[in-house]
Design a binder for this molecule. Structure first.
Ligand SMILES: Cc1cc2nc3c(=O)[nH]c(=O)nc-3n(C[C@H](O)[C@H](O)[C@H](O)COP(=O)(O)OP(=O)(O)OC[C@H]3O[C@@H](n4cnc5c(N)ncnc54)[C@H](O)[C@@H]3O)c2cc1C
Ligand SMILES: NC(=O)c1ccc[n+]([C@@H]2O[C@H](COP(=O)([O-])OP(=O)(O)OC[C@H]3O[C@@H](n4cnc5c(N)ncnc54)[C@H](O)[C@@H]3O)[C@@H](O)[C@H]2O)c1
Length: 471
């Protein structure tokens, strides 16, 4: 082992989360190396958040124009220009080249090793033929991959996963999507707008099952209005592709024929080929962490995990938040400074439990933070849901003719603070951060009454919700 191979911190995986951990530890003066097997920037930059939103935005812009008389006449019933949308997506992913992100790593003083990283015992990582040793911490930031269910015929059907759904250079004539989670709903919206005839196959009652039920219902209405065949309560039993299209058999109802089938059926942690067994952990498992992001059950506390593989919240912004906390904790422990793990302190990822925001870029958009009513009740809170028609707010009516949307806040009746907020409607994503602040800061409702929303913005929904609560 040469001194060159000894670092203070080794980060495995250079997605947004790994990059942020490495940035923090390097900034704290710790010699940091990051190991990446594919592209620096990770799934988020090349096959997930960025390309999916680049595909969705042009259709939303067009709908935005179409929803306002005066602008509507200018755009008529034109569709998006698919070639231009795909070219814009390609630009956002830098044509799947990571030079820009590699230069950034260089600029913040983080060393890059290209190759697959694998633990080979406590504090040791093998990558690119080298054995790297960490003085203070190894951080697993390896993300997640799509799970395709093991159905008859699935392998030979060459299904799409989120990678092909965000990266395809061709618009399939007919696209079937299995799974009504966030990927399924967003990709149905994107490809339908690009010209595919989309069938969305959902085994539950509605899309977005983890959100408030009205959110899934409004999204299903929006998808249907844009031409998507949304089928609920159906399960795929087999898929079959010979040379041409793929045939999808359902447990009941007519089979579906499509040119491509996307499985948007959830994620698995990329921890299966990581050498976890060499440190007493189960390969392929989600890694349980404490609030400083240290992996449970590892003696001496040198192993951390941030982002998707700890299964707290599979979202880029939440993983980056964990990265900031983990980076601070690693730096403090390395310097023998005390690490106060109290909730909401600099070393505790408390928001993971109480205030995770998410925006879903369907039409209408869904924006939610904290608990749904059902989740709040299941957690034993004495609570009340306050609902309001978002379209009845002046700002919304000005924003779009016939604005359709709904808002809900879930109030904890014992201490009069917000447990969760959901907005559904055009542009709802941009309303979310005020709600995140109110939930994370536990702002008492009597004080929120003094936060006056500007007129006439859609944010006036806050006033209407509070008035409704007060009665
Ligand atoms: C279609 C889609 C759209 C999404 N849209 C959004 C969105 O709009 N907003 C949002 O917040 N979240 C979104 N997400 C979720 C988001 O992509 C993930 O939460 C995010 O990518 C997690 O970041 P990460 O750094 O943990 O992992 P990743 O981005 O997956 O990065 C992990 C990196 O680790 C590397 N790696 C893995 N194993 C090894 C190894 N053994 N050695 C070396 N390198 C390794 C990988 O190559 C990869 O580069 C979306 C997900 C999908 C699938
Ligand atoms: N805008 C965003 O924030 C955004 C966008 C996309 C993805 N993401 C994140 O990425 C993660 C992955 O998203 P996802 O949609 O792949 O996963 P998910 O777990 O959210 O949804 C998967 C859906 O597929 C269904 N499913 C599973 N197996 C099935 C089967 N055999 N047949 C039919 N349906 C089946 C599940 O019931 C679930 O509703 C999520 O945690 C999500 O939060 C976020």
């Amino acid at each position: 082992m040469s001194d060159d191979d000894t670092y203070d911190v080794i980060v495995i995986g250079a997605g947004p989360v790994g990059e942020n951990v490495a940035d923090r530890t390097a900034a704290a003066g710790l010699r940091t190396v990051i190991v990446e097997s594919e592209l620096v920037g990770g799934e988020c930059s090349y096959w997930a958040c960025i390309p999916s939103k680049a595909l969705l935005r042009p259709a939303a812009a067009l709908s935005g124009a179409r929803s306002v008389a005066g602008a509507r006449e200018a755009v008529g019933d034109r569709r998006v220009d698919a070639a231009a949308v795909l070219a814009r997506r390609d630009a956002f992913v830098g044509d799947w080249q990571d030079d820009g992100q590699v230069s950034w790593l260089d600029s913040v003083g983080v060393e890059l090793v290209r190759g697959h990283g694998r633990l080979v015992g406590p504090r040791r990582v093998e990558a690119a033929g080298r054995t790297l040793t960490a003085r203070h911490a190894v951080v697993v930031c390896t993300g997640s991959r799509a799970v395709v269910p093991d159905l008859p015929g699935v392998a030979s059907a060459r299904p799409w996963t989120s990678r092909e759904a965000t990266g395809s250079r061709k618009v399939p004539g007919r696209l079937a999507i299995v799974g009504g989670g966030v990927v399924g709903a967003e990709m149905a919206a994107a490809w339908s707008a690009l010209g595919s005839r989309v069938t969305l196959l959902i085994r539950g009652e509605r899309p977005l099952p983890r959100m408030e039920p009205f959110a899934g219902d409004l999204v299903a209405d929006g998808l249907r209005a844009s031409g998507v065949d949304v089928r609920t309560g159906v399960s795929v039993t087999a898929v079959d592709r010979k040379d041409g299209p793929v045939e999808i058999t359902l447990d009941h109802g007519d089979p579906v024929t499509a040119d491509e089938v996307l499985f948007a059926t959830g994620r698995a942690p990329r921890t299966d080929d990581l050498g976890l067994e060499t440190v007493g952990l189960e390969p392929g498992s989600w890694l349980e962490v404490d609030d400083t992001l240290r992996v449970a059950g590892v003696p001496d506390g040198w192993l951390y995990c941030a982002g998707d593989p700890n299964h707290r919240a599979l979202l880029t912004h939440q993983g980056k938040y964990q990265a900031r906390i983990a980076g601070a904790a690693i730096a403090a422990r390395a310097a023998d400074r005390p690490v106060d793990e109290a909730p909401w302190g600099p070393f505790a990822a408390t928001a993971d439990h109480a205030a995770v925001p998410q925006a879903v870029f369907t039409e209408p958009e869904v924006a939610a933070v904290g608990l749904t009513l059902a989740a709040a009740e299941a957690a034993g809170h004495r609570c009340r849901a306050v609902d309001y028609d978002l379209g009845a707010v002046s700002g919304a009516a000005l924003y779009a003719d016939d604005y359709r949307g709904r808002a809900r806040m879930v109030v904890d009746l014992d201490d009069e603070r917000l447990l969760g907020v959901t907005f559904v409607g055009p542009g709802a994503g941009e309303l979310l951060h005020a709600a995140t602040i109110a939930v994370a800061a536990e702002v008492p409702l009597p004080r929120l009454w003094h936060a006056v929303p500007a007129f006439p913005t859609t944010n006036e929904i806050w006033l209407r919700l509070l008035e409704t609560y007060r009665g």
